[in-house]
Design a protein. Sequence first.
Length: 45
Amino acid sequence: MAKKTVPVKPHRRSTPSPTPRPNPNKPKPGPKTVPVKPHRRKPPK
């Protein structure tokens, strides 16, 4: 098979992003969600 010569694009380092990328695992700063506590079941008498 004929290999086509694909020009290698160099990574652009001349213009770095001014702000670092936010952590994708970081929760979005939206409305504060209170962790739902499981309702404590009353023990059977």
